[in-house]
Design a protein around this ligand. Sequence first.
Ligand code: MF3
Ligand code: CO
Ligand code: CO
Length: 251
Amino acid sequence: MTIKTMDEIRQMEKVCQLAAQTLYHTAKFVRPGITTNELDKIAHDFTLSHEAKPAPLGYHGYPKSICTSVNEVICHGVPDSTVLKEGDIINLDITCYKFGFHGDTSATFYVGDVSDRAKKLTEAAKDAMMVGIEAITAKGTTGDIGFAINKFTTRQGYHVVREIGGHGIGRGFHEDPFVPSYGKKGRGDRLLVGGTITVEPMLNETTAELVEHDIPNSSIKWYTTADKTLSAQFEHTVLITENGPRILTGY
Ligand code: MF3
Ligand code: CO
Ligand code: CO
């Protein structure tokens, strides 16, 4: 984890605010009938119009500017001609690059009216992210975050994804440490004041395995639940301070 100077923190704040604005600007267009390609273009154009770059575009060969993960897609869904339909849930994951720094945030949105089942999972995913963020302390570890997320998630009757999680972030898109959505208090990597990480739990309805899918000409994979049950995710970029967490991608 790299410790940022006050100046670097100010740059991180700005790019994180832009990522949050891009996320909620794009989310306004989520409705039955729109394609994920159209959402990608909306986010892409908004980002460029703010003199920033969409970090995913070209990242390890990733072909689009955002990730759009619908229903059983766990993460890294690639925008395409898929038409959203009433009842879907969709995670929009936005990462902006500006001033030499990255801001990474995602949220799951409802397409029209959705089932209570989808709402419950989505709400739990948002709460799990907040519980994880609240577990951050100046003297803590990544295990504190994972422990809190997994405990909360299990009590809600859901299952965390273990293979993928949060990460350090700053000049690099994905930096050390890995921030798991499970763990033991006091284990894992030390959190450092002035460090910036993401907290981004993925919650599944069942214990079904992940299925990994290739993206042509890219080393990035996208993932679905093997039994096609729903998965939901939220993500914030967070600064670790003396007094605990400060969410940089708040909106
Ligand atoms: N934004 C994702 C994350 O939260 C990473 C997407 S990488 C991409 O870490 F290449 F798929 F865009
Ligand atoms: Co992200
Ligand atoms: Co991330």
